[in-house]
Structure formats: C-alpha cells, structure tokens
Design a protein around this ligand. Structure first.
Ligand code: SPV
Ligand code: MN
Length: 620
C-alpha cells in the first residue's frame, strides 16, 4: 500500500500534496526511491512560489549555492573533476546488451543492479526533493510529463528555472504517464561537491523510461530533464515517428515583418548559442527541440524554458543579450566561475579579472596549478550560467508558449571544421540534406565533455553523445519523417570555423547573421543560388547586398571566392571517412550510400572539369 507507506515517511503537508495526484505509478515510484535512498526528509515541489522559494533557500542553507552581491545571483561549484558530462560512465541499458554503434550499453539487469546498489541509503541524513515538469508546452501535443527525484537543492533549483512546472498537470490528469529521473549527488566534501567520483554513474533505462545519475553534480549529468531525458525522448520519438533533436529554435526576421523559424544542431561549443542569440533575431530555445508532423507540416517547440549556457567568452560586444541578463538582478546561477568579493568573473569576458578568489579548484590565484601540473584558468572552460528564458529581451515569448509549436522553415547543421565545408550551403532536398549534411557532421572536439580537445570527430546531427537508439534506425526515422511532410524544411549546413591557406579565419563572428538572412530568402524563394556538387551556394551579389544592408560592410569578391571555393580533395576525403563509418555499421538505410555515392560522383566530375579547388564563380 504505497499511500500508507508514504503517509509514514512524509510529513502531513507533503503527504497532502502527493495525495492530490491520483497516480498509482507515481506513488510506487516515490515509495521505491524513498525506501532505497532513505532520505531523512522529503519535500514535494508544487507549482507554488512558496515551494520554489523553499528550494532556493535550501540550496543556500545546504551550501550548494552561495549568494553573490547582485540580488538573485548565486554561485555553485562542481568538483574539480566533475566539470562536464561523463561519457565514459554513461550507459544505455538494454535487455540483451545488443551492440549499438557509438553507444555505451550495459545489460539492463546488471546496470539496474549496479545503480541501485549505489543508491542504497545514499540520502541518509539528507532531504529529497520531488519535482514535476513538462517537456515542451504544457497540455500540448508535444508535452512529455516528467518527475525528478533529487537530493540536490541546486539541481532542483536549476530545473525550476529551466523547465515548465507541471504539478498542476499531474493533479488534473490522473494516471498520467511520465518519465522518471533519480539523482543523488552522493557524499559531499567540505566544499559541498560530490566526493565519490569513482562511483559516478549515469544510466538510461529505456524500457523503464527512467534515468539515473549518481555521485555527480555537473548539470549535464544530473539535470534529469536535460540530457538524461533527451536520451529517453530520442527513443520515444523513434517509436512514435517524430524527431527529438539537439537543436536550438529561433526566428529569423525577414522582409516586411515576416518571421521564419529555424532549428540548428551544433556540437557543444560550436556556435549554437551564439547563433540563436544573434542580435536582432528571435530566440525560442538554445538546446533541445521536439519536431512533429502536424497536418503535413513540420512544427517545432523548445523542450525547455531556460538556458544552461556556456559563460566563457560572453562579453558585452559579442553577446549583448546574455551580458545584460548576467548583469541584471534576475535569478541566475553561475557555476564554476571565479568569485572575487562577491562578483563572478569568467575567461575572456573582456574585463580585467582579479588574480585571486575562489573557483572550481577552491581558493585560486593566478598561476595556480592542478594535481596534473596544468595551470588553472580563472573559470572552467565549461563554466555556465543558468537563467530563465523570460529574462532575455530577444525572446519570442509567443513562440515559446505556442502549444501548436511554430512552423519550421529550415534546419541548420554545423560543426567545427577548419578545412572542408563552405560557410553556408543548402542541400538539394531533405534526403540529400539529412545524409550529406546532418549525418555527415564532423567536428573538432571541445571542452564540453571530459577528454582531449581538437580532434576531428564524427557527430551525426550533433546528437552522438546522446544517441540511445541504433544509428540506422535513427536515420531511417529521419528520412521517413521528411517524406511525410508536404513541404519539408530546407536543410542547410554552416561552418563558422573555416580557415584559409595560412590558417587564418575566413569569417568574422557576425557573418552568421548574413547566412541566416540568406536562408530566410531561400526559404521564400526570393534569391537565386548556384548549383554545385555539394548543394546550392549563395551568389556573390546577394551576399554583397546583404552584407551592406545588414552589417553595413563591403564584401569583396576575393573574400567570397576564398570562403566558397569548393575544396574537392577535402570533400572527397570527407565522403570516404563518412562512408567508411556507415559501412562499418550494420543496417544503415540504403539512401545513405546512394547520396554519398552521388555526391562523390558530382565532385569527381567537377574535378575533371575544373581541378581541385574550384572557384564558386565557375558555377555561375
Ligand atoms: C551540451 O554540452 O550540449 C550542453 C550542456 O548543452 S550539457 O547540459 O552538459 O549537455
Ligand atoms: Mn546541448
């Protein structure tokens, strides 16, 4: 009798909150983890302001967050060795432990046993928080309800800022189905950071619709609703025939007040946030999108309600919106930054940074080295801020709350690529784009995950870290999805990281705005393009006009030629690499090889005619 048990373990006030929800599965779930984790106290977080305030205060009382000078601002530190997603110890649990390419799997019963052993009595003496959310807009076709159990007030607080609260939805809808998340930060050290990192585990149980994270605090591991949920929704989307993607969602302002919406998939630290936050356009979401076919139209929503963004490099000139949010008395959690006299500082903020303070390594001074002898920068490269979307002046609030989502005009794929792709290219069609753009993303690695930086890595749809299903099935679903649509979104590839012969950057940070404006015009059939072996490229005249109109900059033919030269040998090498990847995987849709082969053929023919490095003017 779960309710009887819960009545024993919860105080009267908390019990009343749970009793209001009629959901046997919820009772069982909560009972089970109270029993296993054995907290000394349980707090049920409803949608009320009071409950939210309670959580915020707990984060301070338990010293997981500390107040900064600006009202509303707090700082949280993760353990020095717990600063990014732990891919090594993240497992997708499958009943037979079948081989899933690029995914670390574990046999379900073994994984569940391992994680549950770690969870036993892990919350002794601690408070358990139970929270209710909706991924995607509440009570919409996109809604995926979720329940989080955590012993971290910091994580509970973060989620209250990042997701749509949905206790009320659970009350109104008896027996609602939901995703389940269990997190414990485990034992803490004197700085209140997770101590037993050798026992850090993240397990995704697809069959049980549950994800677990233990002995870690870093939000990418622990915020159940974010990346753990993402792995569950990728699986759900596959089963139900829609797309759950690692994509921002933004509106681009076109002529005469028109707005066209785009999603964009980029690996971490490759310009995703800076694209959707670009000045003058409309932000809807910065990380995760659900895309569904509604009456033959692709429609998209932001899964989340806030931003967990990288703070390194955020400066007044390049990121005015984020900068302003971070300098206003809004509720903001800074994580793994440098704090000096109650003020947060981060790398490359464009201001002088004091040579002492406290950061993710503890007391810090300029030149301090870590155990491995590496010099510790003021803030961690993956230091972040957590903020609600509603603080952002560039937010498209209507789009964020639209239950029917927004009509998706285009999908953008990008990676960190110094030598192969041009700055922007439009695919010939959905299938060509899915295969030669999205499924061919390669990116030079960054600091968002533990491990070496600067290595070129295949990263299909920028989703590889989160994939929970077979790549072949994933691609098949993608290809099918486009076929169902009357007018599928156009697919574009961008590359902000292209370099010239001497290693110099070929583009400036703001150029991406021009590519967006060009995409909008393409979507509406208002500019022509040149047809090349890899897709449609912009014409010089159109870009020159856009550079002038939008950025008031002269754009030279020389720049255009350098940026948009078709680098045939590099593109052919890339096709080889990508083909090899797919050849090594069993069950890949045949369209993948067809598109790659055809592109290779087009490139080889062009090479015969024009040579290795082909000026875009040759295609006029
Ligand atoms: C990413 O790395 O893609 C992020 C941050 O969005 S994390 O939450 O760590 O996944
Ligand atoms: Mn992300």
């Amino acid at each position: 009798m779960p309710l009887k048990y819960l009545k024993e373990r919860l105080d009267e006030e908390q019990f009343k909150k749970i009793e209001k929800i009629k959901n046997e599965e919820l009772y069982n779930f909560i009972e089970r983890y109270i029993e296993v984790c054995n907290p000394s106290k349980v707090f049920i977080v409803t949608d009320s302001e009071d409950d939210e305030l309670y959580v915020r205060n707990r984060a301070i009382i338990y010293q997981e967050e500390r107040l900064l000078n600006t009202p509303g601002h707090t700082v949280h530190f993760d353990n020095y060795y717990d600063q990014a997603r732990d891919k090594e110890h993240t497992f997708v649990l499958t009943p037979t432990c079948e081989e899933l390419p690029y995914i670390r799997t574990k046999k379900r019963d073994e994984g569940l046993k391992e994680i549950h052993d770690l969870l036993i009595d892990i919350m002794e003496g601690k408070e358990m928080f139970i929270l209710f959310f909706s991924l995607g807009p509440k009570n919409s076709e996109f809604m995926v309800p979720a329940v989080q159990i955590t012993d971290s007030a910091y994580i509970a607080h973060s989620e209250l800022m990042l997701y749509r609260k949905a206790y009320g939805v659970f009350v109104e809808n008896p027996d609602l189905e939901f995703l389940k998340f269990v997190h414990s930060e485990g034992e803490l050290d004197e700085r209140k950071t997770s101590k037993n990192l050798d026992k850090r585990r993240i397990m995704i149980d697809l069959m049980g619709n549950t994800a677990y994270a233990v002995n870690t605090q870093y939000a990418g591991n622990t915020i159940g609703l974010k990346k753990p949920a993402f792995r569950l929704t990728i699986n759900k989307a596959l089963e139900e025939g829609w797309l759950s993607e690692h994509m921002f969602l933004m509106g681009v302002n076109g002529p005469n007040g028109r707005v066209s919406y785009f999603t964009g998939a980029f690996p971490s630290m490759c310009g995703k946030t800076s694209t959707c936050m670009i000045v003058g356009e409309r932000l809807v979401g910065d990380d995760l999108s659900f895309i569904k076919d509604i009456n033959g139209e692709a429609r998209a929503v932001n899964v989340e309600y806030g931003v967990f963004g990288i703070i390194q490099g955020v400066n007044k000139d390049d990121d005015p919106y984020i900068w302003n949010v971070l300098h206003s008395p809004h509720e903001i959690i800074f994580s793994n930054v440098l704090v000096h006299e109650g003020k947060p500082y981060w790398n490359d903020m464009g201001e002088e940074i004091p040579c002492e303070g406290e950061n993710h390594s503890g007391r810090w001074w300029c030149g301090k080295k870590d155990r491995e002898g590496n010099e510790i920068p003021p803030s961690h490269k993956n230091a972040r801020f957590t903020a609600r979307l509603k603080y952002f002046p560039n937010l498209d609030a209507e789009a964020l709350d639209a239950k029917e989502g927004v009509k998706l005009s285009g999908i953008i794929y990008g990676g960190r690529d110094s030598d192969t792709w041009p700055p922007v290219c439009e695919a010939f069609n959905w299938q060509h784009g899915v295969v030669t753009k999205g499924a061919s993303i390669e990116s030079e690695t960054t600091a968002a995950t533990l491990g070496k930086e600067g290595v070129r890595k295949y990263n299909i749809m920028s989703i590889l870290d989160f994939l929970s299903v077979h790549i072949g099935d994933y691609l098949e679903n993608y290809l099918k999805f486009g076929k169902k649509l009357k007018n599928p979104p156009k697919i574009f590839a961008v590359n902000y990281f292209l370099r010239g012969e001497k290693g110099e950057w070929l583009n400036s940070k703001l150029d991406k705005k021009i590519w967006l404006k060009w995409m909008d015009l393409r979507v509406h059939g208002e500019v022509d393009a040149i047809e090349t072996p890899i897709g449609y490229l912009p014409k010089y005249e159109d870009l020159a006009r856009l550079f002038k109109e939008v950025l008031n900059r002269e754009y030279s033919k020389e720049d255009y030629e350098k940026q948009f030269t078709i680098r045939v040998p590099k593109l052919l090498e890339k096709i080889e690499r990508i083909r090899k990847i797919y050849e090594d995987i069993a069950f890949v849709p045949k369209e993948v090889f067809k598109e790659l082969d055809e592109e290779e053929k087009r490139l080889k023919e062009a090479k015969k005619k024009y040579g290795d490095y082909i000026s875009p003017f040759k295609f006029y």
